[in-house]
Design a protein around this ligand. Structure first.
Ligand code: SF4
Length: 393
């Protein structure tokens, strides 16, 4: 398949890995953060880390939209679904994320609430047209990739004159999260997380372009290489980062030239700018409150804003004390540092958000590498290891 099979070629991967090994300086360490959960998934799925010299370390970043939503915002969605006549529409993964007090949208649905899984915001619009007597709310999450479709849906609802459709907006911004990581005590003061460079997200960057990352190379002296999601994309990006670090450069480079430009998709950016504006602050799971990192619906579309339409407040909630999602999202810990990984917390029965989405580090580790750890002498979920391996092949 064009643009897929040639980016999964084993011989090219071996040659690329060999070239990288020759270029890596054995006297230094390289610590590279892949921001995006799509890259985390690809790294685990294709065993990219195994192809790297031991002094090239990959740190998993917070770029999984399901993982970074704080429990308080999920609780708000669960409470929305409890309002009589509300149909709450959401992407599938969000249904399984545990909220506070052992609640989830899936459990709400089992208890009779009208919670529907949709594949797009457009589907929620159709449901609103089919049920004019009900209130249809789309629970919108995600980075810059999923923001334009939500904006289009709001414009469409406006044009159609829909009176029973609204959006609970939780869209967040990648550059603000990167800045938060670079400014965090873990990176700046404590040194518990070392980030020498970033593998930048490709899908997000098709929308925002490579331009927003210039700031990080200039102000923080960290190289950024925007990479596609196939294994050769990731390997090549790692090699480009290693070359930059060896040469003392901190530049923004674009490995994913087949999809990303410097300016990005201006049409999509204009649609987003028409509908959304920056929130002064937004809470992220793991990163805490990050300034100017989330979007809200502009006043001119307020009738489609669920936070205006319904009485909603975000209440403070405590994370499950055993769950290390917050530290994993900051790159401070790995999934196996969590004491309940693979025992109490599994993809079938997730305790934290990182075990729900396939882009979450815990779910990726569980699916592809859990054979590396032993709990009471056997790998967790040993009965399903073989079938998972078959899927991976
Ligand atoms: S294994 Fe589960 S409980 Fe532990 S950090 Fe990951 S998601 Fe949270």
């Amino acid at each position: 398949m064009k643009y897929i099979s040639e980016f999964r070629d084993k011989r090219v991967a071996a040659a690329l890995a060999a070239a990288l090994t020759r270029e890596v300086d054995p006297a230094r360490a390289y610590s590279l953060m892949e921001f995006c959960g799509g890259h985390t998934h690809a790294i685990f799925r294709y065993g990219v880390q195994d192809l790297l010299p031991p002094n090239v370390n990959l740190v998993h970043g917070p770029g999984c939209p399901v993982c970074v939503l704080p429990i308080g915002r999920l609780d708000m969605a669960i409470e929305l679904a409890e309002i009589p006549d509300v149909i709450l529409c959401s992407y599938g993964d969000m249904l399984r994320v545990p909220g506070s007090r052992k609640r989830s949208l899936l459990k709400s649905r089992a208890q009779g609430k009208d919670v529907r899984m949709v594949y797009s915001c457009e589907e929620a619009i159709r449901i609103a047209q089919q049920h004019p007597e009900r209130e249809v709310v789309f629970f919108a999450i995600g980075f810059e990739t999923t923001t334009p479709p939500t904006a289009v849906a709001i414009q469409q609802a406006h044009k159609l004159g829909l009176k029973n459709f609204s959006v609970f907006c939780n869209h967040v911004l990648t550059p603000s999260a990167i800045q938060s990581i670079l400014d965090s005590p873990d990176v700046r003061k404590l040194g518990t997380v070392r980030v020498d460079g970033f593998i930048g997200p490709s899908h997000v960057s098709t929308i925002i372009g490579s331009r927003p990352y210039d700031y990080f190379s200039r102000e923080y002296q960290r190289p950024v290489v925007i990479a596609g999601f196939e294994p050769l994309d990731v390997l090549q990006a790692i090699r480009m980062l290693v070359q930059q670090l060896n040469e003392g450069r901190a530049e923004v480079e674009n490995q994913f030239t087949r999809g990303v430009t410097h300016q990005g998709n201006l049409k999509a950016q204009n649609i987003v700018a028409d509908v959304f504006e920056l929130r002064r602050t937004f809470e992220w799971r793991g990163l805490g409150v990050v300034p100017y990192s989330g979007l809200r619906i502009k006043k001119k579309y307020a009738e489609f804003d669920a936070e205006v339409r319904f009485p909603m407040t975000q209440k403070p909630v405590h994370e499950n004390h055993a769950c290390e999602c917050g530290a994993i999202l900051r790159g401070v810990k790995k999934p196996t540092d969590c004491k309940i990984f693979g025992t109490v917390c599994t993809p079938q029965s997730p305790i934290g958000s990182c075990m729900v989405s396939s882009e979450g580090a815990c779910a990726a580790f569980y699916k592809y590498r859990r054979h590396e750890i032993l709990i009471d002498g056997t790998p967790p979920g040993a009965d399903t290891l073989e079938s998972d391996a078959a899927v991976a092949r």
